[in-house]
Design a protein around this ligand. Structure first.
Ligand code: PBG
Length: 324
């Protein structure tokens, strides 16, 4: 045998030397859940270790994460039903908890990169991402709502906007609006290939944002489709996206790889709530080593071609790395 690949695995030093993929806290964005009130946290039942925070406690959490080296966050609001309506009015209320949180995070931690979410679902009494009429989810009519939301977030100091409703023409519309209003520096991370997935369940628990009727299959992609992701990516790229995101991550590594091969802007992957919950549930039962499974999954997502990973494991990873 002339070729013995095992020689390159014979010691930790050699294994580290030939390691092809690395994972750093710089690659990660930590999603955070915000709720109204004071001095409270509440654990998401289906996401052990992940909490909803009131604004005061959220600022403490951001400080703790920053101390661990985490530099990027994505914020989502959990709102009581009374704040929701058909037009997601609360989404652009400057006195609302979400926009105040964006403003305060950026005031207290000017160096963090703060991403905000541009979609109607946490604010909608229908629990859908768009305006609803006669059971239909409207595409173009929803744009002005998203525009008001996006501008309010940009004014509050958001660094990256994440239009997450997976409908048509979002990136171009928002880019134009941001530029017209003097926010040329605000980035857009396109939810480019977002699939109609069962893995969003725990997130909808966290935000109490499940659709009140039907499902999201007329706007989110069919899990069977890969080539369609290229169509979505071409549009978002042409419309000015700064990042192309694939979501969820683990069942769609081929899609991450495909976009990485075809586009030269950074590819992001959202390692979603259900992917987190699966590992946590198995680890709690002692069925697998949660820490090792976390590292292997994050590495796999990077290896597939994602430079950026949105993950609920960000803090745990940062703690693990800190411990050496
Ligand atoms: C919808 C949105 C979803 C997530 C983020 N924004 C899912 C959905 O309800 O369609 C899911 C994230 C996760 O599961 O971690 N705008």
């Amino acid at each position: 045998m002339l070729r013995r690949p095992r020689r390159n695995r014979k010691s930790a030093a050699i294994r580290a030397m030939v390691e092809e993929t690395t994972l750093s806290v710089n690659d990660l964005i930590f999603p955070l859940f915000l709720m109204e009130g004071e001095n409270q946290t509440s654990e998401v039942g289906s996401m052990p270790g992940i909490y909803r925070f009131t604004l005061d406690r959220l600022l403490e959490e951001v400080a703790a994460c920053v101390a661990l080296g985490i530099r990027a966050f994505d914020l989502f609001p959990n709102l009581p039903e009374v704040r929701k309506d058909k037009h997601a009015t609360e989404s652009h209320n400057p006195a609302g908890v979400y926009l105040r949180a964006v403003e305060q995070i950026k005031r207290n931690f000017p160096d963090v990169c703060l991403m905000t979410d541009v979609a109607m679902d946490p604010y909608s009494s229908d629990g859908h991402d768009g305006l609803v009429e006669n059971g239909q989810i409207l595409n173009d009519e929803t744009l002005p709502v998203l525009g008001r939301m996006a501008l309010a977030q940009a004014r509050a100091g958001a660094d990256i906007l994440g239009p997450s409703d997976m409908m048509d023409g979002r990136v171009g519309y928002l880019r134009q609006l941001l530029d017209d209003e003097g926010f040329t520096h605000v980035s857009i991370m396109a939810y480019c290939a977002k699939y109609a997935s069962a893995f969003y369940g725990p997130f909808r628990d966290a935000l109490n944002s499940a659709p009140k009727f039907g499902d999201k299959k007329t706007y989110q992609m069919n899990p069977a489709n890969r080539r369609e992701a290229l169509v979505e990516a071409e549009l978002d790229y042409a419309e000015g996206a700064d990042f192309l995101m694939v979501k969820p991550a683990l069942p769609y590594l081929d899609v991450i790889h495909l976009l990485h091969q075809h586009f030269d802007i950074p590819i992001a992957a959202y390692n979603v709530s259900g992917e987190y919950a699966m590992i946590k549930a198995a680890a709690q039962r002692g069925w697998l080593d949660g820490e090792k499974a976390m590292l292997e999954c994050l590495l796999g997502i990077r290896r597939a071609g994602a430079k950026v990973i949105l993950t609920y494991f960000a803090k745990e990873f940062a703690q693990w790395q800190r411990q050496g």
